[in-house]
Design a protein around this ligand. Sequence first.
Ligand SMILES: [Zn+2]
Length: 48
Amino acid sequence: MGLLELLRGDTAGPTVTQYECRNCGTTLSPNAEECSTCGSNEIAEYTL
Ligand SMILES: [Zn+2]
C-alpha cells in the first residue's frame, strides 16, 4: 500500500494532507512528532 492510498483510507474525499520535515524535507507519517531522519520537531503540514 502506498502512502497516498494510506492517507485516503477513509471517505474524506480527494483532500490529502502530507507531513514533511521543515529541516530536511523527509515525508513523515501523520502522527509523527519528530523527523525520523534528522530528529527535528518542526513538521510542515500540507493539504494537497
Ligand atoms: Zn528531518
